[in-house]
Write a protein that binds this ligand. Structure first.
Ligand code: SF4
Length: 65
């Protein structure tokens, strides 16, 4: 990285609709990002909001396979 430049890292999330079992674990762990709609998880944001990164990772770790 060049001196004086900042690194802009953004976190994004997605759900594979054919893999979602509708358990709701992701929404429970990170409601800022995941919402259940008709028993399928949806990502409601373009980017994971600042401060929600840890809960988003928790959602990923606790998600049903
Ligand atoms: S944790 Fe996985 S299976 Fe459960 S609602 Fe979220 S995406 Fe679907």
């Amino acid at each position: 990285m060049r001196k004086g430049r900042s690194l802009d890292l953004r976190m994004m999330a997605s759900v594979g609709p054919k893999l979602c079992a509708g358990c709701g674990a992701c929404e429970e762990a990170c409601p800022e990002v995941f919402k259940l709609v008709d028993r399928l998880a949806r990502v409601g944001v373009d980017e994971v909001p600042p401060g929600a990164e840890a809960s988003c990772l928790t959602a990923m770790e606790t998600a049903a396979p």
